[in-house]
Design a protein around this ligand. Structure first.
Ligand SMILES: NC(=O)c1ccc[n+]([C@@H]2O[C@H](COP(=O)([O-])OP(=O)(O)OC[C@H]3O[C@@H](n4cnc5c(N)ncnc54)[C@H](OP(=O)(O)O)[C@@H]3O)[C@@H](O)[C@H]2O)c1
Length: 248
């Protein structure tokens, strides 16, 4: 029997109060991990984690935001084994309307914060010895740009390259870095709010449904587990097969 048991591993999930982040956190809790649940503006996330949990509020665009998440893990549990860089922004805007400020906010949130977090985890793992794992939540839009999302798509493409580049340099330190690229993930009310988008997705989806946050969580749990011990610098597309088909 092969199963994933992360009992004793301390895993930080950023944006754990959000739609996908809460699903990722639930799946790590079900795998037995001890959780550090990062949140930003709203209420602290509540996840029933038998391995224990700690919440930490931080603006990850602040220079010391990512470091505060790693510090909270070490203070509460004495170590941090893995980080899922899930927090991100995804506003829509036409290409010609995107200002320099819009572009910079997109990059500091979706890319720079993930770089700082990766560097902080690698520093901790290098100091204590052993191994660590980072998963960036990218998007299929990092490979397939969507109209009205050029700054977002560009940031996710950068994040995909960041995972590969970091994997090359951090492997010798014992840190694996991978990306997960979700397709369209359902949330309450999405069918009513965006019927044409959901309809287009369903028409293109070989597996015939929207994704669920737990679909992304399962990929993250696998990538942070010993089963993925020889996997680094890769991008796991979790989109029900939509990216596999032709686009014309
Ligand atoms: N939903 C999809 O279909 C889909 C598809 C592909 C990829 N993704 C990616 O999946 C990730 C999660 O998306 P989601 O749909 O679950 O969105 P979401 O519910 O809005 O969650 C995003 C989280 O990021 C946090 N965040 C944003 N700016 C932050 C900052 N400056 N500092 C700290 N935290 C910040 C948000 O906190 P606040 O709200 O408190 O600011 C929120 O909890 C994102 O990286 C997104 O690009 C989503």
């Amino acid at each position: 029997m092969i199963s994933i048991d992360l009992t004793g591993s301390v895993v930080a999930v950023t944006g754990a109060a959000g739609g996908i982040g809460s699903g990722i956190a639930r799946r790590f809790a079900e795998a037995g991990a001890t959780l550090v649940l990062h949140h930003h503006r709203g209420d602290a996330p509540v996840v029933d984690a038998p391995g224990g949990s700690r919440t930490i509020r931080a603006d990850l665009t602040a220079v010391d935001g990512p470091a505060s998440v790693v510090a909270a893990a070490i203070e509460a549990f004495g170590r941090l084994d893995a980080v899922v860089n899930n927090a991100g922004i995804q506003p829509g805007a036409a290409f010609m309307d995107i200002t320099d400020e819009d572009f910079e906010l997109m990059f500091v949130t979706n890319v720079t914060a993930c770089h700082r977090m990766t560097r902080e985890l690698a520093t901790h793992v290098a100091a204590r010895g052993g191994t660590g794992s980072v998963v960036h939540i990218a998007s299929i839009e990092g490979s397939h740009p969507a109209v009205g999302h050029s700054h977002y798509s560009t940031s996710k493409a950068a994040l995909l390259m960041h995972a590969r580049a970091a994997a090359v340099e951090l492997g010798p330190l014992g840190v694996r870095v991978n990306a997960v690229s979700p397709g369209l993930i359902g949330r309450p009310g999405i069918e009513e709010a965006w019927p044409e988008g959901v309809g287009r997705w369903l028409a293109a989806a070989p597996l015939g449904r929207l994704g669920e946050p737990e679909d992304i969580g399962d990929a993250c749990v696998f990538l942070c587990s010993p089963l993925a011990r020889w996997i680094t610098g890769t991008n796991v597309v979790v989109d029900g097969g939509v990216s596999a088909r032709n686009t014309w």
